[in-house]
Design a protein around this ligand. Structure first.
Ligand SMILES: Cc1cc2nc3c(=O)[nH]c(=O)nc-3n(C[C@H](O)[C@H](O)[C@H](O)COP(=O)(O)OP(=O)(O)OC[C@H]3O[C@@H](n4cnc5c(N)ncnc54)[C@H](O)[C@@H]3O)c2cc1C
Ligand SMILES: *[C@@H]1O[C@H](CO)[C@@H](O)[C@H](O)[C@H]1NC(C)=O
Length: 432
């Protein structure tokens, strides 16, 4: 299909997080007119880490070589050969015998905190970065004047001027009219509620929460040693696990420490915490884990919510398509939520580039939905199950051999996925 220079449609992207910005870059490449509406006063990410695997970095490059270059610039962490996703250690004293042994394999005894096995990663550019740094790299690539800040979307209606456009209504009383809306407004998405209804749209508590915080790498090296602090570690136990990995060129160690709770009653999902509460949750754990918890700077508690499977990612009256966390917010237990946002953004931007009419947009949304929804939803469900594995609550229980077999294969479908084939399949649907 030959595309005209400028499309006869304009798109509103609601939300300027990783999804909104990566999508914007994908669309700008094809000269598609867009405006980003962001509720905050400026772009911003939280002070925490996020990791990407080689298949995602490859998709970044397909969208724009600048995204990959930006990612690599802030990702100069220590690299191991072979690359590893995580060393897995058992660090809960309740799993150890009197000698401190947590597992015996082929006659070899593994003690508390020793690496029991390694989950290898795929070869290629990969690893953790500071979220705010990554967002900054994306912002650098955006042209000026395409973003409107302090625009909190409250509603979308269909235009009454015969165009069947979408009219966006913002909290400040202003409106904007576009051919379609792409909802990139995250887990608490308003666009999702509009597409799926208030009930199905709303996120549900996953039964897990996390302490998040950063430790200067110099400090972490003092109590963990160089290799352990500079490379990704997973410390597992009952109803909890602790992840550490380097970010910011290896100058900061990112910590996410998970714990379990039946219900989340606080209306806030991010709350301040005290060192005492944190240490209470890990009182049965090893000294290394206690040291990690004791050294986190300004830790917060994050309630981990996720979405029930959406019946659809789009509607046509008015035209709204959901992307990223707005479509399929997942728990972070497979470290792949943002990666799926990048995959989504590539596929949707390429499909939109292929069409030249408002009707074509609807077909692009449908093709996107058909190809992406099963994979995106599968991530949410398998991530939920992954927490049970890491915290010895799943079918494997505390059988570490079964745990290892599962851990070393469960990421394959995520990491080895052929996104180019997805796009091809979606393009076939588009031509039908
Ligand atoms: C603890 C934790 C660790 C994680 N680790 C990883 C990891 O290692 N690897 C990985 O791939 N993923 C990870 N994830 C998942 C990843 O963080 C998310 O999938 C990703 O950040 C979602 O990006 P998004 O742009 O879709 O949503 P968001 O980042 O939530 O962005 C939404 C944007 O929309 C704006 N907005 C919201 N409502 C409105 C409105 N009504 N009007 C206008 N604007 C609005 C917001 O201000 C925000 O800027 C992790 C998640 C958690 C919780
Ligand atoms: C990481 O290194 C790059 C140059 O290699 C530099 O531009 C960037 O500022 C560094 N970031 C941090 C947080 O050290």
């Amino acid at each position: 299909m030959a595309s005209p220079e400028i499309k006869p449609f304009t798109l509103a992207i609601v939300g300027g997080g990783i999804s909104g910005l990566v999508l914007a870059l994908g669309l700008i490449k094809h000269k598609i007119p867009i405006t980003i509406y962001e509720s905050a006063a400026q772009f911003g990410e939280i002070g925490a880490g996020v990791g990407f695997e080689p298949n995602i970095v490859e998709v970044m490059e397909r969208i724009s070589p600048g995204i990959k270059q930006g990612y690599l610039r802030i990702n100069k962490n220590l690299k191991t050969d072979p690359p590893k996703w995580f060393d897995v250690r058992i660090s809960d004293r309740r799993k150890a015998d009197a000698e401190g042994v947590v597992h015996i394999k082929d006659g070899k005894k593994f003690k508390l905190d020793e690496p029991v096995f390694v989950v290898l990663a795929r070869k290629g550019d990969r690893g953790g970065v500071h979220r705010a740094h990554f967002l900054d790299e994306l912002v650098k690539l955006l042209p000026d004047g395409i973003t409107e800040f302090r625009k909190r979307l409250v509603d979308v209606t269909e235009a009454t001027d015969g165009t069947s456009d979408a009219v966006l209504h913002f909290a400040d009383g202003t409106t904007a009219q576009h051919t379609a809306v792409i909802g990139c407004d995250g887990i608490k998405s308003r666009t999702r509620e509009l597409v799926l209804g208030d009930k199905e749209g709303r996120p549900v508590f996953s039964g897990k929460y996390a302490y998040r915080g950063l430790i200067p790498m110099k400090k972490a090296q003092e109590f963990m040693g160089e290799t352990q602090s500079m490379t990704p570690q997973m410390y597992c136990g009952y109803q909890g696990h602790v992840l550490t990995f380097p970010i910011a060129n290896g100058t900061i160690m990112n910590v996410v420490a998970f714990s379990t709770k039946e219900e989340w009653k606080d209306p806030e999902w991010v709350i301040k915490t005290s060192r005492e509460d944190m240490l209470e949750d890990y009182k049965e754990w090893s000294q290394v884990v206690k040291n990690i918890m004791a050294n986190m700077k300004n830790p917060d508690i994050w309630a981990l919510f996720n979405h029930s499977p959406a019946q659809t990612f789009f509607q046509t009256k008015p035209r709204i398509c959901l992307l990223g966390d707005a479509a399929h917010a997942s728990t972070p237990h497979q470290g792949s939520g943002a990666g799926m946002c990048v995959e989504d953004a590539w596929i949707l931007s390429e499909l939109i580039a292929d069409v030249d009419t408002a009707n074509g947009l609807e077909k692009a949304f449908r093709a996107f939905d058909t190809v992406r929804r099963p994979r995106d939803i599968k991530l949410v469900e398998t991530s939920r199950q992954a927490a049970l594995l890491w915290e010895m609550e799943g079918p494997e229980g505390n059988d570490i051999d079964a745990f290892e077999r599962n851990a070393c294969s469960r990421m394959d479908w995520i990491w080895d996925h052929d996104n180019a084939a997805d796009l091809e399949q979606a393009r076939v649907l588009l031509r039908e």
